[in-house]
Design a protein around this ligand. Structure first.
Ligand SMILES: Cc1cc2nc3c(=O)[nH]c(=O)nc-3n(C[C@H](O)[C@H](O)[C@H](O)COP(=O)(O)OP(=O)(O)OC[C@H]3O[C@@H](n4cnc5c(N)ncnc54)[C@H](O)[C@@H]3O)c2cc1C
Length: 476
């Protein structure tokens, strides 16, 4: 029997790259129970638990992994559910290589224990087999105080679930007609199947959380109006949905999209089924995607699945600086996305009747590190060249939408629009109003947004408890 540390990481079964590039089915297929137990048995059960330090919601990872290794999947799921109400989602989309798995001692030996894959397996197994509901709140003490959550992304959903579990009356106000935030409109279904997301949202709803969709706070209602209508505390989790543009000539041509618009059309509005669905999207023949984060990879891989014959990523830095998850990069390459590194777009080129015909690019080299710590890209003179394209998707970043800050007196924000909060409590400059997730940090990750939702829920609970005690004193 080989020593645990000599066992290789259990590979994830996946759809064949050629086949999957033509469909929207999930790329990764998940571990079988045998694979999960084999992978879990690689855990060294080290005393210091460094992996837990790398998890923004503090899942007791060694404990759940031990239970998987023993084949006690129900107990493993219970352990995860104590800390994470979106485990099937996180097991699929968290950048584990930068979080829990980064700190795993096995990472330096024979590959980190595949904690994310085990989390996904456990949560999926529980959903398929168990009759216990981790979201059963029948034993909670119901409270009269009301909390409004603005935004139904991972930050808002986590805060909502935690506060409902604590007994509060929770209402989530969401601008879109569906729940989930980026998990719904940004991350494509070949990475996060919709039934998985629906299932996890249903479990939050089952705790008594009310969802009000098509309500844009700052337009339909303001934060002040929410307070006047009796909400005792408010959490703002409105994300960072405002696209950044390149501001280069031709960006207004037909066929040039922000990644936000492109992905929303396909994921939320189901444009791939146009004309059966009301929203169209240009079906690309040759597409150029600008950027190299998760959003860029999702856009490129979606363009392929819509039928594009050629998809180019254009990125002004080198491979080492690419911000996308390692797995997404690897999958994009396997599926045939072409990478043009150290290349920057300088203009979108006009073809017939205002439609895009190509992207003019310039070659770059790397200089000294800039304020982001990454080496600054510097244009190389006289190196311009054109890439033919009928579709271009700009995926170079997003910032918080200005609506809430422009309609809420006294809400402090940073120069780039992030809501200013006390980092420990999530409290904003307005007492009783808390915020977290991308609305505070700018574009980040699902699990950091969830961690922020949880921290704010704890602070809101303390704030409302103090209010209750005060009211009791006054009435005595
Ligand atoms: C395409 C894409 C792929 C990504 N892939 C990954 C990944 O693989 N792994 C990862 O960890 N992270 C990924 N991210 C980042 C991650 O999704 C975000 O960091 C995370 O969703 C932030 O959560 P949030 O709750 O703060 O905001 P969001 O998910 O943006 O949710 C905010 C919600 O608030 C609503 N809202 C906004 N304004 C208002 C208003 N005024 N009134 C009412 N509702 C409002 C929005 O409609 C939205 O539903 C990706 C992001 C994108 C765009």
């Amino acid at each position: 029997m080989p020593k645990r540390e000599h066992l290789p990481r259990t590979p994830m079964p996946e759809q064949d790259p050629k086949q999957r590039a033509t469909n929207f089915d999930e790329v990764t297929l998940g571990y079988t129970p045998e694979m999960a137990m084999a992978e879990a048995s690689r855990c060294l059960a080290c005393k210091q638990k460094p992996c837990v330090r790398g998890c923004p919601v503090n899942i007791n990872i060694p404990e759940f992994v031990r239970k998987v290794a023993e084949g006690d999947f129900g107990a493993a799921a219970e352990e995860i559910a104590r800390a994470n109400a979106l485990a099937s989602v996180c097991g699929r989309v968290c950048p584990q290589e930068e979080q829990c798995e980064k700190y795993c001692l096995m990472a330096k030996v024979n590959g980190a224990v595949a904690i994310g894959r085990l989390e996904r397996f456990t949560a999926d197994w529980h959903a398929a087999h168990a009759d216990t509901n981790h979201c059963d709140v029948s034993d909670r003490e119901p409270l009269d105080q009301k909390v409004a959550i603005i935004g139904a992304g991972p930050a808002g959903l986590t805060a909502a679930g935690d506060l409902a579990r604590a007994g509060y009356k929770v209402t989530v106000f969401e601008a879109l007609h569906e729940i989930g935030g980026v998990l719904r409109y940004g991350i494509p279904e070949f990475r996060l199947p919709r039934e998985i997301l629906d299932r996890e949202i249903e479990s939050i709803r089952s705790m008594g959380v009310d969802f009000m969709t098509n309500v844009v706070i700052g337009k339909t209602l303001t934060i002040d109006q929410l307070r006047e209508s009796g909400f005792d505390a408010i959490f703002v989790g409105t994300g960072a949905g405002l696209p950044t543009f390149l501001n280069i000539p031709g960006e207004d041509l037909n066929g040039v999209y922000s990644s936000n618009e492109f992905l929303t059309r396909v994921n939320l509005m189901n444009a791939k089924d146009f004309p059966n669905e009301g929203t169209p999207v240009r079906i690309p023949v040759k597409a150029v995607v600008v950027g190299a984060g998760n959003t860029a990879m999702d856009s490129a891989r979606t363009a392929l699945r819509l039928g594009a014959q050629e998809v180019h990523i254009v990125y002004r830095r080198s491979r080492d600086e690419m911000p996308a998850r390692a797995e997404e990069l690897h999958h994009a390459e396997e599926e045939g996305v072409q990478f043009n590194l150290l290349v920057n777009p300088v203009a979108f080129l006009e073809g017939d009747k205002g439609w895009l015909r190509g992207v003019r690019c310039q070659r770059m080299q790397l200089g000294e590190p800039d304020e982001s710590g990454r080496r600054r890209p510097i244009p190389i003179p006289e190196t311009e060249f054109d890439i033919e394209a009928d579709t271009a998707i700009v995926a170079v970043g997003q910032s918080p939408n200005p609506l809430i800050r422009s309609t809420t007196d006294g809400l402090k924000t940073t120069p780039w629009g992030g809501i200013v909060v006390n980092e420990e409590t999530g409290e904003t400059s307005i007492p009783g109003v808390y915020a977290g997730g991308d609305a505070v940090t700018g574009a980040a990750t699902v699990i950091t947004a969830m961690g922020a939702g949880r921290r704010s829920a704890i602070s809101i609970d303390a704030y409302l408890k103090a209010l209750r005690e005060n009211n009791n004193k006054v009435s005595e």
